[in-house]
Design a protein around this ligand. Structure first.
Ligand SMILES: NC(=O)c1ccc[n+]([C@@H]2O[C@H](COP(=O)([O-])OP(=O)(O)OC[C@H]3O[C@@H](n4cnc5c(N)ncnc54)[C@H](O)[C@@H]3O)[C@@H](O)[C@H]2O)c1
Length: 342
């Protein structure tokens, strides 16, 4: 079979631990060679991928560095049977087109949920404690305590709203509980109080949270959901964290709300498109603690992703069923309830 994988290029020194790159390719080179399959490793989503559509059987990419499998591409890939997400979140595949073309979409569910939850907690603290200003002063030789203290807060006694209360959302709740916060969540699939968090309607979550952290997948119902209308209903001086998907938040609207001081800070690691262009507005807007998309690719997560992708490929070659938790699209329908929730 012909397996096409897109990975970020290995560049610079100090990358020897990294598994998810063109050089190590999460161990797929020996793994597939031994089984007699062809592996093509690509680095450029735009330039390289189209040349292989005609005869590829499997496509693999990570959400951090996605191969965008659009409707056109899926229509032009007659042999494609399987799209594997080396991580969690398969929105880079047009799932409706995958359904139509009977392409199975699977991901390594759970592989980096702890990694992302830890990152989200870090982002919340970075914003509330006004770490960015304190760090800037430390680096630039300043000691302006009034300026840094002006926007520094305790997390204790704040209300944190969790949008999307699945695996990551619940891990975030568990990790935040010892900070003595009030937790509330909105999730159409989890409309009950759990993990010390109260279920609230979406409107209430938006209007009453001091911090909102987003942990829902990118779907038709979450795409561009946090636009000006919703953002303007957030509490004055509140914070927004997004480690789910960049497109859930409107790029220009959040910039405007930060610049007008309605929202005090924005943080996360997800952008659209990815890799984010060098002039993406979030790179330069004030009071942002953005990073590149790496919260879910700690070395521990990468090892779990490698194991999970190999498990998926083994099941595929041996015609055994995939683990139910991993299946997003199969048998001509969307199988994951997380992607159909509204
Ligand atoms: N930044 C990263 O590196 C990274 C890594 C892993 C996952 N993610 C993102 O985080 C998302 C969540 O991951 P997970 O493992 O918790 O998935 P999950 O499937 O366990 O949980 C997602 C939850 O979101 C809920 N949801 C769906 N539509 C919703 C809506 N309209 N409103 C509110 N809630 C809704 C679902 O019901 C589900 O409970 C992934 O889909 C992915 O996009 C990002």
């Amino acid at each position: 079979m012909k397996i096409v994988a897109l990975f970020p290029e290995t560049s610079g020194s100090g990358t020897e631990n990294q598994l998810l790159n063109t050089e190590k390719a999460i161990g797929l080179k020996p793994f597939l060679q031994e089984k007699g399959h062809e592996l093509v490793i690509l680095n450029d989503n735009e330039k390289d991928l189209n040349a292989h559509l005609a005869d590829m059987d499997v496509v693999i990419s990570a959400p951090f560095y996605p191969a965008y499998m659009t409707k056109e591409r899926l229509n032009n890939a007659p042999n494609l049977k399987l799209a594997i997400t080396a991580g969690v979140g398969s929105d880079h595949v047009d799932l409706d087109a995958a359904v139509k073309n009977e392409v199975t979409v699977v991901e390594v569910t759970g592989s980096n949920t702890v990694s992302v939850a830890e990152h989200a907690v870090m982002d919340i603290l970075i914003l509330l404690r006004n770490f960015l200003e304190g760090h800037r002063q430390a680096e630039e030789g300043e000691w302006n305590l009034s300026q840094v203290g002006n926007d520094a807060h305790d997390l204790q006694h704040k209300t944190v709203g969790i949008f999307g209360f699945g695996r990551i959302g619940q891990l975030v709740a568990e990790r935040l509980a010892p900070f003595d916060v009030t937790l509330q969540h909105y999730d159409p699939m989890n409309q009950k109080d759990m993990k010390g968090s109260t279920f609230v309607p979406f409107d209430k979550l938006v209007k009453t949270s001091d911090v909102i952290t987003i942990h829902a997948p990118l779907t038709h119902s979450t795409d561009n959901l946090f636009d000006k209308e919703v953002l303007s209903q957030m509490k004055e001086g509140s914070y927004l964290i997004n480690t789910a998907r960049g497109k859930i938040v409107n790029t220009d609207d959040v910039k405007e709300m930060i610049e007008s001081n309605h929202i005090q800070g924005y943080a996360g690691d997800v952008w659209y498109p990815q890799p984010a262009p060098s002039d993406h507005p979030w790179r330069t807007m004030p009071r942002q603690a953005m990073t590149v998309h790496y919260s879910g690719m700690t070395l521990e997560a990468q090892a779990r992703i490698e194991e999970g992708v190999k498990d998926i490929l083994t099941r595929f070659f041996e015609e055994k069923p995939f683990q139910e938790k991993d299946v997003i699209v199969d048998g001509g329908k969307i199988a994951s309830s997380s992607y159909t929730a509204e």
